[in-house]
Design a binder for this molecule. Structure first.
Ligand code: IMP
Ligand code: MG
Length: 179
């Protein structure tokens, strides 16, 4: 895959991410205190680094499951189709569910996933998103917990890709095209 040449400017350091993940996990642990039925659901693929760090800071018994959704723009309407490419392996009825997402952008993906999972009647369902770009929102959707609110920049690293690359960067950076 070739793209226009670009560089990545660091936006959020690995150290700042680690501190924020720890704080989020403390709030999540307090919220679900006493539960023995928590399932942490990572949305593939962008959340895989975040969920790995987050669950290790959550001081509760947890199960981990994954779901992969893909969205396609539809030029003919203002809505977007979201498809489930890989569903959960486990049942979530009556469970406490924490959905972990990398970025909330237009909000279509999260809105679709949350309404799908709610239809399965979990006891509680909350969302933790690493990044939020509120200026891009097209549907009313907010995570329960957000790591960082960022401006309308295309970001990579810490699990997040540009054309499938840069997921392995330990920090979050913005893509800047050089020509
Ligand atoms: P939404 O349905 O528009 O909210 O889409 C959110 C999804 O778009 C995220 O889970 C990412 O996979 C992707 N996305 C949005 N912004 C960026 C970005 O800046 N870099 C990489 N992927 C992004
Ligand atoms: Mg995603």
């Amino acid at each position: 895959m070739t793209t226009r040449p670009y560089v990545i400017d660091q936006m959020i350091s690995a150290k700042a991410i680690a501190a924020r993940v720890e704080a989020l996990a403390t709030e999540i642990t307090a919220h679900f205190k006493g539960t023995d039925k928590l399932v942490v659901v990572g949305l593939l693929r962008g959340s895989f680094v975040f969920i790995a760090d987050l669950v290790r800071e959550i001081d509760l018994p947890v199960e981990v499951d994954f779901l992969e959704a893909s969205s396609y723009g539809n030029a003919m309407s203002s809505s977007r189709e979201v498809r489930i490419l890989k569903d959960l392996r486990g049942e979530i009825a009556g469970r406490d569910v924490l959905v972990v997402e990398d970025i909330v952008d237009t909000g279509f993906t999260l809105k679709h996933v949350v309404s799908l999972l709610r239809s399965r009647e979990p006891a509680r369902l909350e969302v933790c998103a690493l990044l939020d770009k509120p200026s891009r929102r097209e549907v009313d959707m907010r995570a329960t917990w957000t790591g960082f609110t960022i401006p309308d920049e295309f970001v990579v690293g810490y699990g997040i890709d540009f054309a499938q690359r840069n997921r392995n960067l330990p920090f979050i950076g913005k893509v800047r095209f050089t020509e």
